[in-house]
Design a protein around this ligand. Structure first.
Ligand code: SF4
Ligand code: MG
Length: 327
């Protein structure tokens, strides 16, 4: 297949003292070159764990991959040699985390930390690597890059630190960038600037970008497609316009209703009732049924499969077709 990165029927469990937590229960998604996929869900939906599994951060206990494939250019990474897999995770796919401060080493200058990659992976001299590091800071629009390579992480603001993280992740020119809640810790204005930067870099470099978020509002302008996750499954997938115009899953409807709108200041924000389910004891049938305002008798009985509703969208609700047909 010509796909860049594909996850297919991925299954991950955590064996905890309290029991087996089924955190990923058959997730399938893909991202192609030059495309942005947003993966949306509440905390505990499995969106981060899927990404961590792609990056190999979860290969060891208590997390276990119990099924599925992660294909990079059509080749299953879970069946590759350790060496081949390690190379892809170092150079082919990069990840930006939510908390830049804890991801950066406080004891080294940011320039040193970026330059290390050029030295280790590209065999560059110290001087050349440092020059490249300054170019990377420039790429992510950090002013005075030539001076700032010599500064330490704590000397940067939260937003600038996140730019450093992005620079570091792009150093080896990855084909796929995964950003896990990259702006959650930042204020709204800075969030928008970082999202714009990511969108620009994605376009310029024709990367596949996976944006993980709990906030639909943050990704609306930059995503091409959205995959909504709940209890370790994809419950809806659609392009952004379709999803906004007519969500085909009650959970997505709830998420859309809980986005604060600037033009409706002072209005009570609606949130989805109840709490995300325990992954050790996932509700029977449709896992969303205890919280779903549309639930019927069939819902606790039968697990709705993720069904295609057309060429670009899919939903895992027994009543998806009715939802799509409504006015
Ligand atoms: Fe709600 Fe039933 Fe649809 Fe699940 S299958 S989302 S419980 S209506
Ligand atoms: Mg997370």
């Amino acid at each position: 297949s010509g796909r860049l990165l594909e996850v297919e029927d991925l299954r991950v469990e955590f064996r905890t003292r309290d029991g087996v937590a089924k955190v990923i229960n058959g997730v399938t998604y893909h991202v192609d070159a030059g495309e942005t996929l947003a993966v949306l869900g509440e905390s505990g939906s499995g969106k981060s764990v899927t990404a961590q599994t792609i990056m190999g951060i979860l290969d060891s206990p208590p997390g276990f991959v119990t099924g599925g494939e992660i294909r990079f250019h059509g080749k299953d990474m879970l069946k590759m040699s350790t060496e081949e897999r390690r190379r892809i995770r170092a150079e082919g796919i990069a990840m930006v985390f939510q908390d830049a401060l804890s991801a950066l080493n406080p004891l080294f200058t940011v320039g040193f930390q970026i330059a290390e990659q050029f030295r280790i992976r590209r065999g560059m001299s110290r001087g050349d690597a440092k020059k490249r590091a300054a170019e990377m800071l420039d790429l992510v629009k950090i002013p005075n890059a030539k001076q700032r390579v010599n500064e330490y992480p704590h000397q940067f603001s939260g937003g600038m630190r996140q730019r450093v993280m992005i620079a570091m992740s792009l150093a080896l020119d990855p084909e796929v960038l995964i950003a896990d809640e990259p702006t959650t810790a930042l204020d709204v204005t800075v969030q928008a600037q970082i999202m714009d930067l990511l969108a620009d870099l994605q376009r310029e470099r024709q990367m596949g970008l996976i944006l993980i978020t709990h906030d639909l509002g943050v990704v609306a302008d930059v995503a091409d497609r959205i995959a909504v996750m709940y209890a370790g499954r994809i419950v809806e997938e659609a392009n952004v316009h379709e999803l906004y115009a007519k969500p085909a899953h009650p959970y997505t409807i709830g998420l859309l209703e809980s986005i604060p709108r600037i033009d409706e200041k002072g209005q009570q924000l609606r949130t989805i009732r109840g709490l995300p389910p325990s992954l050790i004891n996932i509700p029977s049938g449709c896992p969303f049924h205890p919280r779903c305002p549309m639930a019927q008798a069939v819902c606790p009985e039968k697990l709705p499969p993720l069904l295609r509703l057309g060429s670009t969208r899919a939903s895992a609700c027994h009543f998806a077709e009715e939802l799509v047909k409504r006015d």
